[in-house]
Design a protein around this ligand. Sequence first.
Ligand SMILES: Nc1ncnc2c1ncn2[C@@H]1O[C@H](COP(=O)(O)OP(=O)(O)OP(=O)(O)O)[C@@H](O)[C@H]1O
Ligand SMILES: [Mg+2]
Length: 284
Amino acid sequence: MSESSVLVALRGVSFAYEDGPAVLNGLDFEVREGRALALLGRNGSGKTTLMRLLSGGLRPHAGVVTVDGTPVSYDRKGLTRLRTSVQLVVQDPDDQLFAASVAQDVSFGPLNLGLPDAEVRARVEEALTALDVARLADRPTHLLSYGQRKRTAIAGAVAMRPRVLILDEPTAGLDPDGQERLLATLDGLRAGGTTVVMATHDVDLALRWADDAALLTPSGVRTGPAAENLARAELLRAAGLRLPWGVAAAALLRGQGLLDGSTTGPRTAEELAALTTGRTGGRD
Ligand SMILES: Nc1ncnc2c1ncn2[C@@H]1O[C@H](COP(=O)(O)OP(=O)(O)OP(=O)(O)O)[C@@H](O)[C@H]1O
Ligand SMILES: [Mg+2]
């Protein structure tokens, strides 16, 4: 695998909320171009804080945030530069949506960049289509379902055409079909060149979706290939997470002699079926 370049990074970043203890301490964290990155950790471990630091919503008390290796400056120009590169979608869409209609909400960011009307229209249309909410364009956001509001909030970020799209627990509250559709949408965005980072508690989803997994533990963040990090029982325990079922299934299969040591374990039910029947695709 070729080394992908570092798009955004935290270098030695520390942060504490007012009157609170340190949430992050001397943290090093990198978002690499083109790599799907899952950020995992227990409640209160600092996932949301880390994401807000990456997207410029919070400013580190020590250390620097870099874009393409250049430290971010927290003046108007520097923050605009950061926000055109990195877009954060917060967990609760109601914290993000505020305009009267879906289309107005999605056009807010591009309008704010001072782009020409035609460019704004093109971006809004593209984002509404990518998130499958085009037919809801004129609907008031408060009349949408939770899943629709979530997709609209993501569309707002996508309309900024960021290089890095950061999603805070994007699948929380979505039904299984909604989760699948969202993953398909993210695949489409990734194919178009967007780097995607997601915070999640769902180790199975992370194993299936992510190239890399970053686990927040009390002794710092551990980033590495998802298949490796999410199979390390002691690391998962330190991060307050359980073993993905695919990793547990792989251990069982190895115990039964059905899987050799070098073969990667299943990540989905289909992969498990293929492994246990010795076939790689198709069903009778
Ligand atoms: N606005 C705030 N003011 C003060 N403390 C905060 C604030 N937001 C978060 N914290 C504290 O910072 C720590 C990290 O919180 P953060 O929201 O980053 O965790 P998280 O990993 O996103 O958790 P969750 O899985 O519950 O979303 C927690 O101890 C939390 O109580
Ligand atoms: Mg959070």
